[in-house]
Design a protein around this ligand. Structure first.
Ligand SMILES: [Zn+2]
Length: 351
């Protein structure tokens, strides 16, 4: 696709919308041994819980298989997208620090974030993610870089300009690895907890997930976002999920619930974002889905994707990110033959 107009548009939009959150600071306060948001309420005040743009803010790009079963306007829940073989996504974590080194996350924190993702996307028994739907999606730090060389799946860059960047200054274009083949996770001091990119917008330099370094991984930072669920949430967007409150209540029953609000039917109608972890109702008595990873609630409150969210994520992965994942089935790993540009050419690459 021609990305030039989109790039320009993105720069303008980001500059216009994110500048106040930075300019009104300092909302981030330095503390010994790290940084911390002054209070969780700051995120509410600044609208910065999630910086994901609205679904229709950018043009939608249809995949090869048209019509898609998971556009930004509708979802078709189909058996072929039900969780089965595990889809494995290689991850590269780009740690961006300030020039003086603030934000230099340890390998242990990064590994804890990968652990949390797998607990949540695989609903691993005995973990905080156990109550959710097993989406059969697994995340692994990349072991091979774009040049084919061995890698830890972690890069580290000190850059004062990129440290507070929300896409204005090009860290993605410089640091990003082939977005078709890697999930690029970036950490810096973005004024949001995190923001992401819907695959339905097309795969280019904009693609990837940015997480504020203090909300990345399982940490001891004393605030409600220290259990790694910000990445669980933002990667939900990366795999095509909308907020339960997207566009308001929408239509409660099928088939209208597949074309309104979050485009699926097994998350309750929800008028607006919810913070904390209240037991409350919305849209005429429906329980607010505070336990859903795609809400705005505290990390400890979030504990599940619904079955239809899992179906839509796998639909998005298969249709919009066909070269991103390998398939783990019966002890073998199958890889898509992206080199040949053949989206249907799966071959065994290991063991
Ligand atoms: Zn979000």
């Amino acid at each position: 696709m021609n990305t030039r107009p989109i790039m320009l548009f993105l720069v303008l939009v980001v500059a216009a919308n994110s500048a106040p959150a930075v300019a009104e600071g300092p909302v981030w306060q330095p503390l010994t041994g790290g940084m911390a948001w002054t209070a969780p309420v700051d995120f509410v005040a600044h609208g910065a819980r999630c910086g994901q743009r609205a679904p229709h803010e950018f043009p939608e790009v249809l995949p090869d298989a048209v019509p898609s079963d998971c556009t930004l306007g509708a979802t078709s829940i189909l058996p072929e997208y039900e969780p089965g073989d595990v889809l494995v996504i290689p991850v590269v974590v780009h740690v961006i620090t300030s020039g003086s080194g603030t934000g230099n996350l340890s390998d242990a924190v990064i590994e804890s974030q990968i652990d949390v993702l797998n607990e949540d996307y695989l609903a691993l028994p005995g973990t905080p993610g156990a109550l959710g739907t097993d989406a059969a999606i697994r995340f692994e730090l990349a072991t091979t870089d774009p040049a084919g060389l061995p890698t830890t799946g972690i890069t580290r860059t000190a850059n004062d300009t990129w440290w507070n960047d929300s896409d204005e200054y090009g860290f993605k274009t410089t640091l990003g690895w082939d977005q078709n083949r890697y999930l690029n996770l970036y950490t810096n001091n973005t004024p949001y907890l995190g923001y992401s990119w819907f695959p339905q917008w097309g795969i280019g330099w904009e693609d990837g997930v940015v997480i504020n370094y203090q909300a990345f991984g399982r940490t001891s930072i004393p605030w409600p976002y220290n259990l790694g669920r910000t990445a669980t949430h933002e990667i939900g967007h990366y795999l095509g999920l909308l907020h339960p409150f997207e566009g308001g209540c929408g239509i409660a029953t099928s088939p209208g619930c597949y074309t309104s609000a979050d485009l699926i039917c097994d998350t309750n109608p929800d008028a607006t974002e919810t913070y904390g972890c209240p037991a409350t109702t919305s849209c005429g008595g429906y329980a607010v889905p505070v336990e859903n990873y795609m809400e705005y609630t505290d990390d400890a409150c979030m504990e599940l994707f619904s079955a239809e969210q899992a179906n839509r994520m796998r639909c998005s992965l298969i249709n919009y990110r066909p070269n991103l994942y390998t398939i783990s089935s019966s002890g073998e790993i199958f890889s898509n033959d992206f080199e040949a540009g053949n989206l249907d050419a799966w071959s065994v690459v290991s063991p």
